[in-house]
Design a protein around this ligand. Sequence first.
Ligand SMILES: Nc1ncnc2c1ncn2[C@@H]1O[C@H](COP(=O)(O)OP(=O)(O)OP(=O)(O)O)[C@@H](O)[C@H]1O
Ligand SMILES: [Mg+2]
Length: 248
Amino acid sequence: MRVIAFHNLKGGVGKTAAAVNIAYLAGQSGVPTLLWDLDAQGAASWYLGKEPDTVGEKASRLIKGKTPVGRMITTSDYSNLDLILAHPSFRNLDVRLDQDGGKHALRKWLAPLSESYGLVVLDCPPSLSRLAEQILETADHVFVPTIPTWLSLNSWEQLLEFAKDKKLGPEKLHPFLSMVDRRKRIHQQILGADSGQLPSRLRGFIPYASDVEKMGEARCPVELIRSNSPAAHAYRLLWKEIRKIART
Ligand SMILES: Nc1ncnc2c1ncn2[C@@H]1O[C@H](COP(=O)(O)OP(=O)(O)OP(=O)(O)O)[C@@H](O)[C@H]1O
Ligand SMILES: [Mg+2]
């Protein structure tokens, strides 16, 4: 079982859109996939036509070992794709992980799932928190959507420094360009540069596209909104590249 995460300390950069589309494509490729919506906002759950789970004290029970993570899994409408829906208590995961000595907790929670899944996809909230630390520790690869602007490149540097400082395997961070708008000069410049700003960036990138925005209304992956759209094509290419890196 491989664990991949979509993370960036910056908000609104396309983490959730990528997590949902890649998890869907992984399932369609025949890889038994679990998508965990770790963000209490519940956007990934929403994009897949589900409401965040609001029943029970999920995070605390999970941390106290009273609920095995398997009990939180629900099926999606798509083949080979299961979900852990967002839960309001995920807001407290950070505090809980600190208070209850939850060292390596995320890794331990996921371990029993290895017989059921080939791939776990984590959709992460934007932060450099205790949870982010555990995500970086647990994931085999962390994909970092980055909008081609100087500020976003700064956020990338900060994440890289954080991973180096905490010795969390900075080599498993893979940035890729997201929401690329070729009409903007700065986007063109960064896209065309020989990846000097983002040395290990993926070749695939996601264009700025209204078909991605439509996921919020259609509540399904881009592939099912318009499979011949540039955005759908871009996610397919990204999945191909991610699949090679993650060796799923
Ligand atoms: N490639 C894209 N083109 C156009 N709009 C996009 C694209 N990717 C994401 N969006 C839109 O931008 C907004 C933020 O996207 P998304 O939720 O995927 O980002 P995020 O990084 O997960 O945000 P957060 O930090 O709040 O979790 C959404 O309204 C989404 O529809
Ligand atoms: Mg998100």
